[in-house]
Design a protein around this ligand. Structure first.
Ligand SMILES: C[S@@+](CC[C@H](N)C(=O)[O-])C[C@H]1O[C@@H](n2cnc3c(N)ncnc32)[C@H](O)[C@@H]1O
Length: 210
């Protein structure tokens, strides 16, 4: 299901300021050489994430699901020089790709890559985060939510990507759709947070911890 009319989506893309050249090159390189390139967030959501980091004044970010590093670099752009972004992934090919671009970016030094199953990585983290971006395996979304909420500072922001999953959450049948739909329902009823589910790209759930 198309969530947004493709002409409107293209218009929004065109009317959103361009990302830096390095990010454009990363996106093109990903599309040319990596499988599942549709996983990359892209200009609209990438600029949105950067803006969220700016607006919240986040200094410490946790990303679950790095892939080739597009969203990590987008958010790192808005971090202060001494800010930190920890990003998790399990795919060594994606790691090698992302590290190549982090090394070329003036913001790459703010990023720490944590390889291994994200739930294990999260269990080993200490200290609070100002912002968490959730964008890894959808089947684990409810588990990620419960794991990261205690690490988020009060007033901190959790950003959940693919919260509409091409509209499949309306009639969830497969494991991923069921997990996302379950999390959406849980968040909407959770007194620990306040949220708004946006139709940005594939659905972005903005969740603020009370
Ligand atoms: C949708 S992609 C992330 C896209 C990225 N945020 C971007 O904007 O380019 C999801 C990533 O999660 C990773 N992943 C899947 N299962 C994981 C797990 N259990 N722990 C950590 N990362 C995982 C995949 O290898 C994949 O690179």
């Amino acid at each position: 299901m198309e969530l947004v009319n493709p002409k409107v989506e293209t218009y929004c893309h065109e009317q959103t300021q361009a990302e830096p050249e390095l990010l454009q090159a990363l996106a093109e390189d990903t599309r040319a050489h990596m499988p599942m390139a549709q996983m990359l967030t892209g200009r609209l959501e990438g600029r949105f994430l950067k803006l969220l980091v700016q607006l919240t004044g986040a200094r410490r970010i946790l990303e679950i699901g790095m892939y080739t590093g597009y969203s990590a670099l987008s958010m790192a752009e808005a971090l202060p020089e001494d800010g930190e972004l920890i990003t998790c992934d399990i795919d060594p090919a994606a790691e090698a790709f992302a590290r190549r671009y982090f090394a070329q970016s003036p913001h790459g030094h703010k990023i720490r890559v944590a390889m291994g199953a994200a739930l294990d990585t999260i269990a080993g983290l200490s200290g609070e985060f100002d912002l968490v971006f959730l964008d890894a395996d959808k089947e684990s979304y409810p588990a990620y939510y419960e794991a990261v909420l205690p690490l988020l500072r009060r007033g901190g922001l959790l950003v959940v990507d693919n919260s509409l999953w091409s509209g499949k959450v309306l009639k969830p049948e497969d494991e991923a759709s069921l997990a996302i739909a379950e999390l959406n329902t849980r968040i909407a009823a959770d007194p620990r947070v306040e949220n708004v589910l946006l139709t940005v790209r594939d659905g972005v759930n903005l969740v603020r911890k009370r």
